[in-house]
Design a binder for this molecule. Structure first.
Ligand SMILES: Cc1cc2nc3c(=O)[nH]c(=O)nc-3n(C[C@H](O)[C@H](O)[C@H](O)COP(=O)(O)O)c2cc1C
Length: 373
């Protein structure tokens, strides 16, 4: 499939792909810059981005805001004019500050999921930065499109649909996961392509929900006489799946896990090794303290949690709007920082449902070529 370029206002992607934001410390300037250089959209994750800064423990907000500027600058140096933006999760404390910082320092776009980014248009109203929500269900698409249209008289510049085979936090309840990905209920694990119900197409039972989301988007396109490009992601790791996404009506794909084991990815080498070594049965669903299910690689950390052990949080950095430090089984920021630092036995290693298909370290260029050329 020859890659079609995609225009989003004044931005042009030579290859119709968004590299999904990966926090903490997995998609920073190295990965985002390389993807942008190759013609895709590189996404820097803003989640606790300043975790390596000296003052992070005393003042995480200040460290994070500074690191956002540093990482964007470094990514731009690598990207040679390519498109670079931020993923800012709506569930984060200080969401407003991170969004405003992304706009102020001149990022090309902000993608926002893990909750609905209801006030995003208002926060960036004096900037030309492109904005996009991440949705997983028709209901969440409907809520955010209607709210933005009514309250701000605007529509998203593009919209990301994230399916049940994605990595990190998932925008589904456990029941919805079972509905959209019935194989999950059978094994409580994610399954391979071969385990999907082929009669339902490449996206399985979720295909119908994608259709409903897209038809909802079409209503708003008509109302505003403006196209809303659809970016579809979650378990896209090869050309066949990318083609299936375009056949479903996507204008671009979003892929994250496939980029982890690349030379340019900012993840620690132990993290990349965990991806290369993971087998299908090692990829499991976890309940995150954020209150959403997530997908990750089984390791000794997850075994402890599964046995009911509580790993009491050390210092609370106040990362999430809704978190009760005295009740949670572990601190999500601590677990993700351990992973980012390569302390994989103590860390939470998020990954998508197809991560077990990765067997070697590649380059961003070769991944992009495999997906498109
Ligand atoms: C290691 C990892 C970290 C992630 N972190 C975030 C994040 O901070 N914010 C977010 O919105 N999505 C996050 N995601 C989801 C990705 O951006 C992406 O949408 C999803 O993983 C796509 O599925 P794939 O990994 O199968 O390609 C993460 C995914 C992974 C694998």
């Amino acid at each position: 499939m020859a890659a079609r370029s995609l225009r989003i206002g004044d931005l042009t992607l030579r290859k119709p792909i968004f590299q999904g934001g990966m926090g903490i410390g997995i998609s920073l300037s190295g990965l985002a810059g390389a993807v942008a250089r190759e013609g895709g959209a590189g996404t820097i994750s803003a989640a606790q981005i300043g975790f390596m800064e000296k003052d992070f423990e005393e003042n995480p907000l200040k460290a994070n805001l500074r690191a956002m500027e540093q990482e964007l600058k470094k990514a731009r140096e690598v990207a040679s004019g390519g498109v670079v933006g931020f993923n800012v999760m709506a569930a984060m404390n200080h969401y407003r500050e991170y969004v405003k910082q992304a706009a102020k320092i001149g990022a090309d776009f902000i993608v926002s999921g893990a909750g609905l980014p209801v006030d995003l248009p208002d926060l960036v109203k004096s900037y030309s930065i492109k904005i996009a929500p991440i949705v997983s269900t028709e209901k969440s698409a409907q809520v955010i499109l209607r709210y933005w249209a009514k309250k701000f008289n605007r529509i998203p510049d593009f919209l990301v649909i994230e399916g049940p085979r994605a990595g990190g936090h998932l925008g589904f309840t456990r029941e919805q996961l079972e509905e959209f990905s019935p194989e999950i209920s059978r094994s409580s694990r994610s399954v391979s392509q071969s385990g999907r119900d082929k009669s339902q197409g490449a996206f399985g039972a979720y295909g119908k929900e994608i259709e409903k989301i897209i038809s909802k988007v079409r209503e708003y396109e008509e109302q505003f006489a403006k196209k809303i490009p659809i970016v579809l992601g979650g378990g896209i790791s090869d050309r066949q799946q990318a083609e299936a996404a375009f056949a479903m009506g996507a204008d671009a794909v979003q892929a994250a896990s496939r980029f982890v084991a690349t030379e340019e990815c900012d993840a620690h080498e132990n993290y990349k090794k965990a991806y290369i070594e993971a087998k299908e049965e090692d990829i499991v669903l976890v309940k995150s303290p954020v209150g959403m299910p997530g997908r990750a690689i089984r390791n000794s950390f997850l075994e402890r949690i599964k046995k009911g052990e509580r790993i009491p949080p050390g210092k609370c950095r106040g990362c999430l709007k809704k978190c009760r430090p005295a009740e949670i089984p572990y601190c999500i920021t601590e677990a993700l920082i351990h992973a980012a630092k390569g302390e994989t036995d103590k860390g939470l290693l998020f990954c998508g449902g197809d991560a077990y298909k990765i067997h070697k370290i590649e380059t961003v260029k070769s991944v992009m070529e495999e997906l498109f050329d």
